[in-house]
Design a protein around this ligand. Structure first.
Ligand SMILES: [Zn+2]
Length: 259
C-alpha cells in the first residue's frame, strides 16, 4: 500500500509525464484560431477541411492523453475497495438525489475507513436560518443538512465532516496538524482573507500557506475543515494539491485509509 507521501510524489510525477497535454492545448488553440480566420477568407473547401481534420486529430490526441492521466490519477488516489455506507435522505428532487448519489460515490471512492463501514448517514433538507442564509452543513448525529440544488462535491465535503465525527482520532490529528502548521500565527477574519462578505464576522481562520484559507478555519477545537477541504481538493485539484501542499495531501491520504 502506498504511503501518503509516496502518493503525493507520484501525483507530482504525473505533471511531468503529461507535459505533452499543455503543448497539445496550445496547438489546438492555434489551429482553432487559424480555422476561424481562414473560414472567413478562404473559399476553398478542401483547404478548410484539411485544417479542420488537423484540429480534430489534435483534439482526439488531447482527449486520449487526458483520459490516461485521469486513470493514473484515480489509481493512485482512489482506494481499491470503496467504503460501503448507507444513505437515508428526505430530499426528493431528481437533481438532489443525483447529486447525493454522486457525492457518496466520490466519497466512498476516496476512503475505506472502518469507522464508517456499513454505517448510515442521514441527509435532510436545509431550511433558511433567521438571516435567510442557506449553507449545507454537517450537524452531528450522522446527519447532514443539504441545501437543495447543491452539487456532488458539497456532499463529498459534508461526508468528510461525518467521517471526522465518526473517528475522533481524525479530529484530534487534524487539530494537531492545524496547530503545527499555524504555529504562532493569529487567526484572521475569513471575510478579510477571502474578500467574501458572506462569511460571518465571527468566522476566523489561520491563513498559513493553505491553498484555500477556509482549510484553516477555527472551530475552537470542536471540528475542523482539514479532512473535508482536503477531500475536496483530492477530488477536484489533485495535481495542484500534491504540488503545492504535499504534506497536507499525504495527511489526508493516510487518514482516509484509517492509518
Ligand atoms: Zn466544512
Amino acid at each position: 500500500m502506498l504511503s501518503g507521501e509516496e502518493a503525493a510524489r507520484r501525483v507530482q510525477g504525473l505533471a511531468v509525464k503529461y507535459t505533452g497535454i499543455e503543448e497539445l492545448v496550445k496547438r489546438y488553440d492555434h489551429l482553432d484560431r487559424v480555422l476561424l480566420t481562414a473560414s472567413t477568407v478562404i473559399q476553398n473547401l478542401d483547404v478548410l477541411t484539411e485544417l479542420e481534420n488537423r484540429r480534430n486529430e489534435v483534439e482526439a490526441e488531447l482527449r486520449q492523453l487526458r483520459e490516461a492521466r485521469q486513470q493514473e490519477l484515480q489509481s493512485i488516489i482512489n482506494v481499491p475497495t470503496p467504503a460501503k455506507v448507507r444513505v437515508h435522505t428526505s430530499l426528493k428532487a431528481h437533481k438532489d438525489t443525483l447529486a447525493i448519489n454522486e457525492g457518496v460515490r466520490l466519497f466512498t471512492n476516496l476512503t475505506t475507513h472502518p469507522a464508517i463501514e456499513g454505517r448510515q448517514v442521514r441527509i435532510e433538507a436545509q431550511f433558511p436560518n433567521r438571516s435567510g442564509v442557506l449553507r449545507s452543513q454537517y450537524v452531528g448525529f450522522s446527519t447532514i443538512r443539504m441545501t437543495p440544488g447543491e452539487d456532488a462535491s458539497t456532499i463529498l465535503h459534508e461526508l468528510g465532516h461525518w467521517l471526522e465525527d465518526m473517528d475522533k482520532r481524525i479530529l484530534k490529528q487534524s487539530l494537531a496538524f492545524l496547530k503545527r502548521r499555524a504555529g504562532t500565527e493569529p487567526t484572521e477574519c475569513l471575510r478579510d482573507l477571502t474578500g467574501n462578505p458572506h462569511y460571518g464576522a465571527d468566522e476566523r481562520a489561520w491563513k498559513d500557506k493553505f491553498l484555500d484559507p477556509y482549510m484553516g478555519k477555527d472551530y475552537h477545537g470542536e471540528a475542523s475543515e482539514i479532512l473535508s477541504m482536503g477531500m475536496e481538493y483530492l477530488y477536484r485539484y489533485p495535481q495542484l494539491f500534491a504540488q503545492h501542499d504535499p504534506e497536507y495531501f499525504a495527511f489526508v491520504y493516510n487518514r482516509l485509509r484509517g492509518r
